[in-house]
Structure formats: C-alpha cells, structure tokens
Design a protein around this ligand. Structure first.
Ligand SMILES: [Zn+2]
Length: 384
C-alpha cells in the first residue's frame, strides 16, 4: 500500500475510490461517482448502440446492473454523438440514470475494419455503416465522448491484434502513450466536463504479452497521472495462461489506490481469475451475445438450449438462480421460444445470464470482504 494518494494530472476529475478489503490480491472496493456508488468487483454489461439488447433499464436495475457500457464508435456513426447530445445526452438517451462508461472507439476501429490505417495522428478507416471515410484521433475520440456525456470515459489507444510482432506492439505502446497525453490535455482543457457532468478519464495499458512493454506502458501512463487505469490488449487471441500472467504482472505495477479495469472479459472463470489478480471492473458482450445464441450460464457450466434433450425438461435453467426465467419458466419452454425466434426467449436468457454473472461477482465481493475468496473461487472448479 502506498502511504499517499497517487498523483492525478491537474484538471482531470477524480471520483473517490476506496479499497474496502484485500484478500490476497483480490479487492473489494467502492467507486463513488456523481451518479451513485459502484461496489467492486463490478461486471458492466455492454449496450453497444445505446441499449443492452432486449433489456429495458428497469429490468437491468432489478437484475443488479450498476454501470452500463456504450460504444463510442457505433454511437458516433449512428445516430451521431451530436444527435445524442441534442436528445439530452447519453443518460437521457439510454434511460439510464446510473453511471455509464464509454470506450474510446479505438477497439472497434481496429477490430471492425480490415482497411484501417494506423497513422501517428490517429486511425483512418471506412464506416461500417455507409463506407464513408473517417479519421479517429485522440482529439476526436475525446470530443465524441464529451458530446455523449458518459461518467467514465477512455483514452484513445492502439490495440494490436493477438500475435502481433513485438516491434508492432512496441510501436502501439508508444502511440498509446502519446495519444493518452493528448486525451488528458484536451480533457483538462475542456474542464474535465462532458455535456452531462464531470467525466473520469481512464488511461489504457498496452504491451501485449511482453512484460517489459507492459511496464513501459504503465510507467508512461503513471507519469501522466490518471484517476484510474485499464488493462487493454488482452483477450485478443493470446494464450489464456498468458492472459492472466500479464494481468497479474500489470495489476502489480498499478497504484493500489486507483480503480483497475480489464477490458473485454465476461466468462465466469475468467472473471474470477482477473478478480483474484486485483482487477475491479470488467465488461464483455459474452453473456448477452451467448444468450442470444441460445446458451445459458449455469452453476454447472454452459447449457445449450438448442440441444433436443431439453425439449421436455421441466427444470429451471439453474436451480440456484432467482431470475424471472428461472422462477417462471421451464427449460423446455425457453428452448421452444428460442427455437422459434421469439423475442421473449432471447430476453429471458439475457436476463438470466446477466443475473447469473451479477450474483457471481457479488458473491466474489462478499467472499473478499470475509477473507475467503480462494475458497469461493475453488467452489467453481469443475463447472467452469
Ligand atoms: Zn436465472
């Protein structure tokens, strides 16, 4: 533990973050945003285009969602950040009065485009919506995120694909540092405010699976001074053991008093392993996307409802779950809805998968507070 708080660059809003308990490296914490406190560890569902598919905001709240993520790339293209701003900002737009996090657009720019050209000033690409030429720069990403008005926003970074050669990863680390400096400067210049209140800007660590490049990336960001840090560039196709070795090594370099966010992890075991290594925030489309493909997360592992053996099953999706799908419907009925493409089937499975993860992460938090996280985690052995 550091004796004094780590430094944040002047002009960057800093929401208080408290580590309430440590169990090994696992942390239970509290992030106090102007739109309410967030208990960590916290899994954030993804509302790519401004909605978590099929989930009305009050349903999300009832399930236990604390923060929702939205994608800057998609919203900047359709309907356009200025349109969202004209409609009252992202909270009003999404009908969500609790914290929202927007990504920088960087990940989509790199992952959705095979034509993206990375330049030192940004990334040139064609919109997936209409093929129009676009340029995302740190300045544009900040302007888009400012107009959208989320509470937590991200620096524009370069995320190289898994298996990228070392020199490409090294270049991405250097670009990411320079772009982070540009983002911090522009955000401070605009008073650290979006259209909808103060915005906490997080720096993103890159460096692939290379320990020395991760260190270099962390040091560059710490010299700038962010109120929180994200671990990016993982879950991009690297070996799973490497994912968690890099997570542990990177988390150990980050200041103990700042919130840590692993970008893009949402499988139950992966979440637990990242929590074990000292990460606080997570997001992923996995639970909601998996649901739309007809698969439920359960305490016994994955359950594929498309499998014919569930056709006459009177069991709930998961005996231990308290979600509406599990309280009111049999596996056989949900399977029928899914097979017929009924909207309700996809909604029920989405609600279930989110509830399942929220309860698991809440259980992890309680275990950390009670000093029994290792036991809690090993309780998932076999199923996941
Ligand atoms: Zn359920």
């Amino acid at each position: 533990m550091r004796p004094s708080p780590s430094r944040v660059a002047p002009g960057l809003p800093d929401f208080p973050f408290t580590v309430e308990a440590l169990d090994g490296e696992a942390r239970a914490g509290l992030l106090e945003t102007p739109r309410g406190a967030v208990s960590t560890p916290c899994f954030m569902p993804v509302g790519t285009k401004g909605t978590v598919k099929g989930m009305a905001p009050d349903r999300l709240k009832a399930l236990g969602a604390q923060v929702v993520l939205a994608n800057t790339y998609h919203l900047a293209m359709r309907p356009g950040s200025e349109t969202v701003q004209a409609l009252g900002g992202l909270h009003r737009f999404m009908g969500w009065d609790r914290p929202i996090l927007t990504d920088s657009g960087g990940f989509q720019v790199f992952s959705l485009q095979d034509t993206a050209q990375v330049r030192d000033d940004g990334v040139a690409f064609r919109s997936v919506y209409d093929g129009s030429p676009q340029l995302f720069t740190p300045e544009r990403s900040m302007a888009e995120q400012r107009a959208l008005g989320a509470d937590i926003i991200m620096c524009f970074d370069e995320c190289p694909p898994g298996g990228a050669p070392r020199d490409a990863v090294a270049r991405a680390v250097e670009r990411t540092r320079r772009w982070a400096a540009a983002c911090a400067q522009q955000h401070a210049r605009s008073g650290g405010e979006g259209t909808d209140g103060p915005q906490m800007l997080l720096g993103i660590v890159q460096g692939g699976v290379h320990a020395d490049l991760r260190r270099e990336s962390v040091e560059g960001l710490l010299a700038l001074g962010f109120p929180g840090y994200a671990i990016g560039g993982l879950s991009v196709g690297e070996d799973r053991e490497e994912t968690f070795a890099v997570t542990a090594a990177t988390a150990a370099l980050l200041p103990a008093d700042r919130v840590r966010y692993f970008m893009g992890i949402g499988d139950p075991r992966g979440l637990l392993r990242a929590i074990e290594r000292g990460v606080d925030l997570f997001d992923c489309v996995l639970p909601t996307r998996t649901a739309r493909m007809g698969t439920a997360f359960t305490s016994q592992g994955r359950l594929n409802l498309r499998n014919a053996r569930h056709a006459r099953s009177r069991e709930p999706l998961d005996e231990d779950c308290d979600c509406p799908a599990c309280r009111q419907f049999t596996r056989g009925a949900i399977r029928h809805f899914v097979q017929q493409g009924e909207i309700l089937g996809l909604q029920l499975l989405t609600e279930h998968n989110l509830r399942f993860l929220f309860r698991m992460v809440r259980g992890a938090r309680e275990a950390i507070l009670a000093g029994r996280f290792a036991k809690f985690e090993s309780g998932w052995d076999g199923a996941w």
